[in-house]
Design a protein around this ligand. Structure first.
Ligand SMILES: [Zn+2]
Length: 150
């Protein structure tokens, strides 16, 4: 029921993302008309390279936006993924074929980013021209922090 809230597994994954992405996602889960789950935040070397080997990702560690880290106050590296992978959450699962639901959620992310003065880039339109048909890679469940808005 709306407003939705992240479950503990989504929360854990979200907490491996950069603070701007956390801020945008926390707003998005309250505003979305359909529930969604977080599939990936930060991905370590083994996970990233396993996804590359399987063909699910085109990037090897540490080239993905999911591989970003920041330096914590103690000087150690902390996960700070610029990207999250999400999926609509319907009846306890992700309906992967329902691409319109992914687009709807990505639109909520985009609106929430603008509201906070940020920009996001969506995997269904990596070049940001509004079209999905001109993309060679479609990753409908991927959204990444792309800086502050102009
Ligand atoms: Zn992704």
């Amino acid at each position: 029921m709306r407003p939705y809230a992240f479950g503990s597994r989504s929360r854990e994954k979200l907490d491996t993302c950069c603070e701007e992405m956390v801020e945008i996602a926390e707003l998005a889960i309250r505003r979305t008309p359909v529930d969604f789950t977080i599939v990936h935040g930060f991905r370590g070397e083994d996970t990233q390279n396993a996804l590359f080997d399987s063909g699910a990702s085109r990037k090897m560690w540490p080239e993905s936006k999911h591989n970003y880290v920041t330096v914590g106050p103690d000087g150690k590296c902390l996960p700070a993924s610029l990207a999250i992978d999400f999926g609509p959450w319907v009846n306890g699962g992700i309906p992967w074929e329902e691409t319109h639901m992914f687009a709807l959620i990505a639109g909520v992310f985009a609106a929430c980013a603008i509201e906070r003065g940020y920009r996001v880039r969506w995997g269904g339109d990596f070049d940001g021209d509004g079209l999905s048909s001109d993309q060679t890679l479609l990753d409908f469940g991927h959204v990444e922090y792309a800086g502050i808005s102009e």
